[in-house]
Design a protein around this ligand. Structure first.
Ligand code: SF4
Length: 465
């Protein structure tokens, strides 16, 4: 009751913020172009400079500064912002969004081909960039940044030139982090709420006949029920007196909306992508298993007279190759690296899938929608894991500058515990939609087991090895 009153009061204030955004689109565009300029400098300039030596510091070397800004601040806090203010990053700041929309305004405006709208792209694009990024050490070196981020930006511009008019086709269907952002934004306490009854009345009475909303990420506004696809740009605020920026419970969308739109690809992204592949990507360089597997394979190869995979290398744009930095991956390293990430994805994905299947069955007769709904309960944990993985780089960079950061371990534990409890609470609410009594308890226990299994990889990384 208290929460409802608070949400109602907050919604009055947020509605005004939404209307303010709607009236200040020019200022938002100005801000977007400032971010584009900053982004281009941070991507391009370090690639033109020599790599920093051991005496370089964050505050005196632009390459280290760009590395820290991109991977240490930008990415972890963009992820965090999704949970706090939805996809505002996409609507206000994302340089690729700005560039693809601009290109689309001046491009050919072809109709969308069917392949673009395939639901598997968010997972495939995320998995592809994660694996490739690790192969070329994108977090460590500036040239791979040009290749990965710059390549993605060029692709966004090309798609903008080809398809749609004033649209963000790239963001809606192909952006490698679109799926991740859409999942995390479901936890946001802010969203643009659509009052369908007010919309119908407005349409019936012929109100606002001239106002047209050009939603760049192609959201069907009238039927919008969640924050996953909306870029929070504010253009539609106040439309037909039915759309307004509103506060809501952070649990609302996962519990009440996500189950009605069961999406197998979202489940794959959560279980195999965020809780599997991403874990492997952050884990492999610290993993004793990685070293053991590599040594065993090396011995096997030598025993059979195949020494070349232990010596052969590849160009830097295929596999990390920086002899001056004493950082070179052989073909064997590359093979084990990719295999490690894929094996982690398969182990976590299949293991979590099996436990969620048990949760689904415990709640009643088998139901795919319920299975996918339970997977959504793990979104807080999935987001937390990727945030911890990315922020580990910030911690490493700051520690190399002499900062002790002794509180980091406790903060990680608190975040992981909080995210686990949140996931368990969501599972309890989801289970309550179709089960009660012992069945509800049993299915929640299964999801708790899945959450603990998902945590185990991060516990090993931060405290086990
Ligand atoms: S639905 Fe579209 S127009 Fe409305 S705020 Fe979201 S992105 Fe902007």
């Amino acid at each position: 009751m208290v929460a409802d009153t608070w949400i109602q009061r907050s919604s009055e204030r947020t509605r005004l913020v939404g209307d303010w955004l709607q009236r200040h689109q020019r200022a938002i565009r100005g801000l977007q172009w400032c971010v584009v300029a900053m982004y281009l400098v941070l991507v391009a300039v370090p690639a033109l400079l020599p790599l920093p030596d051991r005496s370089a510091h964050l505050w005196s070397n632009i390459t280290l500064a760009a590395q820290f800004v991109f991977w240490g601040i930008w990415w972890p806090f963009v992820l965090l912002s999704m949970i706090v203010v939805g996809r505002s990053w996409c609507g206000f700041f994302c340089p690729e969004g700005t560039l693809t929309e601009f290109a689309s305004r001046h491009g050919w405006g072809f109709r969308l081909p069917r392949w673009i709208t395939w639901g598997g792209w968010p997972f495939i694009a995320f998995a592809g960039t994660t694996v490739y990024g690790q192969m070329v050490s994108v977090y460590q070196y500036p040239k791979p940044v040009v290749l990965v981020l710059g390549g993605s930006t060029v692709a966004a511009i090309v798609i903008g030139l080809l398809y749609g008019r004033n649209k963000r086709v790239w963001c809606r269907f192909l952006c490698p982090v679109n799926g991740v952002f859409a999942l995390l934004a479901k936890l946001s306490p802010l969203h643009f709420r659509v009052d369908e009854a007010a919309w119908n009345v407005s349409q019936r009475d012929g109100l606002h006949p001239t106002r047209v909303i050009d939603c760049a990420p192609l959201v069907p506004i009238r039927t919008m029920r969640g924050a996953g696809a909306c870029h929070m740009c504010g253009k539609c605020s106040g439309f037909r007196d039915a759309v307004s920026l509103s506060a809501r419970s952070p649990n609302h969308e996962i519990v009440n909306v996500a189950g009605q739109h069961a999406n197998p690809w979202e489940t794959v992204l959560i279980l195999f992508g965020l809780l599997g592949l991403a874990l492997g990507a952050f884990q492999w360089s610290a993993s004793p298993w990685f070293v053991e597997i590599k040594q065993a394979l090396a011995e096997l190869l030598v025993d059979h007279g195949f020494v070349w995979p232990l010596e052969a290398t590849a160009p830097w744009w295929m596999l990390t190759n920086y002899p001056a930095q004493n950082d070179v991956l052989t073909l064997l390293d590359g093979f084990v690296l990719v295999s490690y990430m894929l094996a982690t994805a398969a182990t976590m994905g299949l293991g979590l899938g099996a436990i969620l299947a048990a949760a689904t069955r415990a709640a009643g007769a088998w139901s795919w929608p319920r299975f996918h709904h339970f997977a959504q309960a793990l979104v807080p944990l999935a987001g937390c894991g990727v945030f911890l993985g990315l922020s580990a780089l910030s911690v490493t960079l700051l520690r190399s500058e002499g900062l002790a950061l002794s509180w980091v371990g406790a903060a990680r534990l608190a975040l992981l515990s909080g995210a686990t409890l949140w996931s368990v609470f969501l599972a309890w609410r989801i289970a309550g939609l179709s089960a009660s009594g012992l069945r509800r308890v049993a299915s929640t226990c299964c999801v708790t087991l899945a959450a603990l299994f998902a945590c185990s990889g991060w516990v090993l990384l931060f405290w086990g090895w």
